[in-house]
Ligand binder design. Sequence first.
Ligand SMILES: [Cu+2]
Length: 208
Amino acid sequence: MQSQLPLFPEQASNFAGSIDGLMLYILLTSIFFSALITFVILYCFVKYRRRSKSEVGVAQEGSVALETTWTVIPFLLAMGMFGWGASIYVDYRRVPQDTLDIYVIGKQWMWKLQQPDGRREINELHIPVERNIKLIMASEDVIHDFFVPAFRVKMDVVPGRYTTLWFRATKPGRYHFFCSQYCGTNHALMGGWVTVMEPADYAAWLSG
Ligand SMILES: [Cu+2]
């Protein structure tokens, strides 16, 4: 389920492509400007070094064109990050109407998951592929967090209130999920597997 060089987990939900794209855009922009600024600093160190004891600095007048360029370009790049991120976030937080609703309870240190028909599982979740899934989650004790790296979704699971999370799995397979809010001694063991199945297999599993 993992690529040879696991920099990124597998992409297996509707959110994975756009989140990875945004991540890559932010990463490449940051690398480009870090390298550029470092290079310019080193270049200016050498080029404008003091060559003799008597050398006097020359007053700089500034440049409107230069100021405008290095204000407008970073502004547009940063607004691109904001706009792209906001549009993904709105999609991520606005749950569609036609979801299959799964109830999730987190407790020290296990996950209890319940299908719409009442069928229950522990640390295992079976869902059909290409179907909008909504998790309705709560905690019995401390704060936990439901995280499926391959789906690029995570949400805190909190005592005393419900939180929700939606996604659409796009590839059948088995995907690891984790508790990603430190919750005590066995936090590291608090996880399980999401099994994404073809609709017919899911129906057979439900009735089996
Ligand atoms: Cu936990």
